[in-house]
Structure formats: structure tokens, C-alpha cells
Write a protein that binds this ligand. Structure first.
Ligand code: AMP
Length: 348
């Protein structure tokens, strides 16, 4: 991958790539808490793979974030390698994008602590995700409270300009911006302040069995979640059993008919075109489901085949990750040095 280009931090707390360099830097993290699914592909992986030709792309496997809740050590290890392999199989090019595992770059946790010293306890406690998740469990880990600060460290470490975020992460990105601006104001310009980039609404894939819930790694139903490595017959079965509604005609109405709308949006994500236009091509749910099953299978087949090839040589994927971590450490060390100097921890 090309070396990461320097950025300038403006006193207004916004950022721009260094003059003369058009490049925008973006970061995306995937948490190895489950198998990757169609929602991850449409909402995160595909845009990231497409973006690697226009932006400096950084992708990391956020294994430290997976420790905020109960986890199986062996499973994290397996899922981290699996997700890295899926990303490569889906077209992430390690010569263009930086791909690494978060825990292999100790500057994430080093900067996390430094940023905790610029974050209020009340600020962390106000995060909606923390409030929701902590309300559901009798005991929560301290790391669940502080994880948005680790997320801020993930982002600020690399001087990124843009962070693609879904609705659920908007508040965390806002916290990142607040902490970065506060740090810059208190200790002098140190961090690039990133902006959020929001995916389009139709890039949100819903659970096929419960179209009012988002397809997720751990939150959605097994029957309604299409995993990227599902065999063709499983994909077919899940799509054919997707929830629709008593209406007999195919029409696009996300409010009144979320199940059919989800199928049309998935079809649009696979084939291009608009869900409304596509609806006109199908006379029955059976036809629509058959078309969705085929379109999803065509999109996933090359990824599955490439995944199988790459899995035969796990040494290759490990080398990509080790090389990525080396390069990430170099960039990250500069940022941590800057932050420590600003805080008075270093004399030069
Ligand atoms: P997560 O699986 O929640 O760690 O999310 C990883 C990335 O995938 C994030 O960028 C999410 O916005 C995206 N993502 C997760 N689930 C979906 C979904 N159902 N539809 C679209 N994007 C999703």
C-alpha cells in the first residue's frame, strides 16, 4: 500500500488533506463477534472495497472491542482470521488498503488511556448504547463504558478524515469529535477531527424473519440472517422462507410492507436499480423470492470460492495481517508521540 500521506489539522478543529494531496483517509472496523452477513457486505464491506480506489482505506479487526462482553477466546481467534479472509475474498486489496488486527497495534490502548483523561465520566455514561446494554445485564464490564473512548483512539490514531457510520455509531463518532476538539483546544493542535459519512438508508439490510430488526451478527435470528459463507442451499432456504405480508402483489412500501421492501432492497443492492422499479418486474412473491435467492447467490458465490482458495493458505492471510500491523504501528507511533508531547509527557 502507498505510504499514508500527512494531513494538516486546522485550528478550527476541522481537517483537510495536506494541500497538493487530494487523498481522503477513511477507517472502518469490524468486530469479530460473529460470522459476517449480508448486511455487513452491503453496508460496510462493499463500500470499503469500492472506496479503496478513491480513498486511503484503513480496515481493522476490532478484537479488543469484542472483549467488552462475554467471549470465547478460541472463537475470537477463529473469527478474526475468518473475517480478514472474507475481506480479502471480497476484494480488499492489501496493496491498496491497510488491513490489520487491532490488538497487534498497542498504540490503540495507549491512546485510549490518554483520551480517557480528556473524557468525562458523565459523557461516557450518557452513551445510548451503554445505557441500553447495561440495562439488559446485571453486571457490565468497565470496558463497555469506556469502549467509545477506545473507538475514538482507533479513529484519531490514524488522522482519518472520514468515518462511515450507521445510526447506532453516530453518537460515538460525535464523542470522538468532542474529545478531539477538546484535546486540541487544551493542549494544542494534535488530532485530525474526523467527520461522519452516513450510508444510504437502502444499504440497511433487515432480518428476513423479522424485517423490523436489522440483520446483525448476534442480534438477528438465525433463520433471517444470510451469512456470507452460507452454502447455496441455505441461502435459498432462508430467502424462500422470508416473511412477507398478506398482500398478493409486489410493491415497495417500507413502512407498511417491510418484509417485501427488504427483499426488494436486497435485490436492488445485488442488481442495481431502484426497489420501486424492480417491484414492477415481479407478479408474485414466489417469483420475487426466486430472483432474490439467485441474485444473492450470484453475489456471494465468487466471495465463497475465493475464501475457500485463501483458506488453503492461512499463512498468506497471517502475513497480510502482520505486514498491516507493522505499517499501522509506524503511523500510530507518530500520533501517540504527538499526544504525549502535547500532554507534557515527553520533552521533545
Ligand atoms: P457490526 O456487524 O455491527 O460490527 O457492523 C460492522 C459494519 O457493518 C458497520 O459498518 C455496520 O454499519 C455494517 N452493518 C452491520 N449490520 C448491517 C445491516 N444489517 N445492514 C447494513 N449494514 C450493516
Amino acid at each position: 500500500m502507498a505510504p499514508i500521506t500527512p494531513v494538516t489539522t486546522t485550528t478550527a478543529g476541522t481537517t483537510a488533506p495536506t494541500p497538493g494531496r487530494a487523498s481522503v483517509r477513511r477507517i472502518t472496523g469490524l468486530k469479530p463477534t460473529g460470522h459476517l452477513h449480508l448486511g455487513n457486505l452491503v453496508g460496510a464491506i462493499r463500500p470499503t472495497v469500492a472506496g479503496q480506489y478513491r480513498t486511503e482505506t484503513i480496515v481493522f479487526l476490532a478484537d479488543l472491542h469484542a472483549l467488552t462482553v462475554t467471549h470465547q477466546p478460541a472463537q475470537i481467534r477463529t473469527l478474526t482470521l475468518e473475517q480478514a479472509t472474507v475481506l480479502l475474498a471480497a476484494g480488499l486489496d492489501p496493496d491498496r488498503a491497510l488491513l490489520y488486527v487491532q490488538s497487534q497495534v498497542p498504540q490503540h490502548t495507549e491512546l485510549h488511556y490518554l483520551l480517557e483523561c480528556a473524557t468525562g465520566y458523565g459523557e461516557a455514561q450518557r452513551m445510548i448504547q451503554f445505557r441500553e446494554k447495561s440495562a439488559r445485564h446485571r453486571q457490565v464490564r468497565l470496558s463497555l463504558l469506556s469502549y467509545p473512548v477506545l473507538m475514538a483512539a482507533d479513529i484519531l490514531l490514524h488522522d482519518v478524515h472520514e468515518v462511515p457510520v450507521g445510526d447506532d455509531q453516530s453518537q460515538h463518532l460525535e464523542l470522538t469529535r468532542t474529545v478531539a476538539n477538546r484535546f486540541n483546544a487544551r493542549y494544542g493542535d494534535t488530532f485530525t477531527v474526523p467527520r461522519a459519512v452516513h450510508p444510504t438508508v437502502s444499504s440497511r439490510v433487515m432480518d428476513l424473519a423479522d424485517p423490523t430488526a436489522k440483520m446483525g451478527k448476534t442480534s438477528s435470528s438465525e433463520a433471517g440472517t444470510i451469512l456470507l459463507l452460507d452454502p447455496p442451499e441455505v441461502i435459498r432456504r432462508k430467502v424462500l422462507r422470508a416473511v412477507t405480508d398478506p398482500d398478493r402483489t409486489v410493491g415497495y412500501d417500507p413502512q407498511r410492507r417491510p418484509g417485501v421492501a427488504n427483499l426488494l432492497e436486497i435485490l436492488a443492492a445485488c442488481l442495481g436499480g431502484s426497489p420501486t422499479d424492480l417491484a414492477a418486474d415481479y407478479g408474485s412473491y414466489a417469483q420475487l423470492k426466486k430472483a432474490v435467492a439467485e441474485a444473492v447467490e450470484s453475489m456471494l458465490r465468487p466471495i465463497r470460492l475465493r475464501y475457500t482458495e485463501l483458506s488453503r493458505d492461512p499463512g498468506y492471510v497471517r502475513r497480510v495481517l502482520a505486514d498491516g500491523a507493522d505499517r499501522a504501528r509506524d503511523n500510530a507511533a507518530d500520533t501517540v508521540h504527538r499526544a504525549k508531547r502535547a500532554l507534557g509527557l515527553l520533552s521533545h
